[in-house]
Design a protein. Structure first.
Length: 433
């Protein structure tokens, strides 16, 4: 048995994205020597210079700089070497879905192959990536065995502890959210629990198996997806009944057993629109889980149909989308509803403008749309319709009076003032509002 001070000494974090880098920086500032591994040389170079490539994550830049100063955080592109130098390996490499909603393992499969090349006896491997139940044991544990010649549970320990954090508050969430942990064996479980207790100082929830921990994380996302789908369904019905769904939700949720979520123009990001398919592809093909995915994915079509009902044909119109990101104050386009809206509008021969202060013009142009500066009043006069998709803080300061040609505003997040919009002579519509 490795002593606790040795166990906490050398940590490899495989995958230095938004969550991986934050984990690495937190560990490196809590009595661990961390070697991060990432396939992107720019990411590795940035970390080795003490600079966080992840922005808009409160406290992260300071943690990375401090760890660099203390020489407790370095990075490499050679995953197998990082693993070989470590007692504990944390895997946080993305698993996505492809265009047919099948699980895309390409990145994590490659990473696990390299982990297998570097793993040694007594190493503890912990997966934090959200996974379909069974994958830690049956896909990745077995692959490490195959490549290394070592046996999981005997030669190396294996655990699963899903990340449960939210962008823009990851460091805070690491401390405040309980850490769910499942182990291949009792020894794996206790080693993982001791590690997280020491480095994160958070509440620990030990569960009976790897599969239980995997299932719990996916279930969290399914719950949210189903609840949002319910809110969207109710919002559409409220539109038909000429009822304000926001007033309904506030009233209903005053009862302690009611927790209706907020409706919206769509669901994006790495989690909610992706992880339900981890259950669906395992056989959960009927019921609320697949139905909710369909409801939420169709909200962009619903929004455009409402605009057309108000405005008639959209052909040759200049339409401005506020927010390329999938949600407010985050620079991320994964499964962003804006992408679906752009695709729909292009089929209708619309000229699409996109405003997003978190992206450079060159980044926006890649989506074959026209970048829009919300502070440029000369261009504002060209816009016919505005669609709010992601309510960044910068959009709270928009002067809608400058949009002299605009006749309709569609509030996809129910954040704008209906009264102020209509005072300017524009028509306003929200989701169920």
């Amino acid at each position: 048995m490795i002593a606790e001070n040795q166990l906490l000494h050398n940590i490899a974090v495989v995958g230095l994205g938004k969550i991986g880098l934050t984990l690495a920086a937190v560990f490196a500032n809590n009595s661990c020597k961390v070697l991060g591994a990432d396939i992107d040389p720019k990411v590795v170079s940035s970390v080795n210079n003490g600079i966080s490539h992840v922005k808009n994550e409160p406290g992260l830049e300071e943690l990375v700089a401090n760890a660099h100063h203390n020489k407790t955080l370095t990075a490499t592109t050679i995953t197998s070497e990082a693993v070989a130098q470590s007692d504990i390996v944390i895997v946080i490499v993305p698993v996505l879905i492809d265009d047919k909603n099948h699980v895309d393992y390409r990145y994590i499969d490659s990473a696990v192959e390299e982990i297998g090349k570097g793993v040694k006896k007594s190493t503890l491997v912990i997966f934090e990536t959200t996974l379909p139940p069974g994958d830690t044991r049956n896909r990745f544990g077995k692959k490490i065995e195959e490549v290394s010649g070592l046996r999981m549970g005997t030669d190396f320990d294996l655990a699963y502890s899903p990340e449960r954090v939210y962008s823009n508050r990851i460091i805070e969430d690491l401390q405040n959210y309980p850490k769910i942990i499942g182990g291949l064996t009792e020894k794996s479980l206790k080693r993982a629990s001791a590690f997280y207790q020491k480095t994160l100082n958070c509440e620990i929830i030990e569960v009976s198996s790897l599969e239980t921990a995997e299932f719990a994380k996916v279930a969290e996302c399914v719950y949210r997806d189903v609840n949002i789908a319910l809110a969207n369904d109710l919002a559409k019905f409220a539109d038909n009944m000429n009822v304000n769904i926001l007033e309904v939700i506030d009233s209903s949720n005053s009862q302690p057993y009611s927790h209706i979520h907020q409706p919206g123009i769509g669901v994006g990001g790495h989690c909610i629109p992706i992880y339900p398919y981890f259950f669906i592809n395992k056989g959960l093909v009927q019921g609320l889980t697949p139905l909710s995915r369909k409801i939420n994915d169709r909200m962009s079509d619903y929004a455009i149909s409402k605009i057309e009902k108000e405005m008639g044909s959209l052909q040759k119109k200049n339409i401005l989308i506020l927010g390329l990101s999938y949600r407010e104050n985050v620079k991320e386009t994964t499964k962003s509803t804006s992408l679906a809206i752009i695709e729909i509008l292009k089929e209708k021969d619309v000229q699409v403008f996109v405003a997003d202060p978190l992206f450079e013009n060159e980044e926006i142009i890649k989506y074959d749309v026209i970048p829009f500066d919300i502070n440029d009043q000369t261009v504002s006069s060209e816009i016919d319709i505005i669609i709010l998709q992601a309510y960044h803080d910068e959009f709270k300061k928009i002067d809608f009076e400058s949009f002299t040609k605009c006749t309709f505003v569609y509030d996809g997040r129910n954040k704008l003032s209906k009264e102020k919009i209509e005072e300017l002579g524009m028509r306003y519509s929200g989701i169920g509002k």
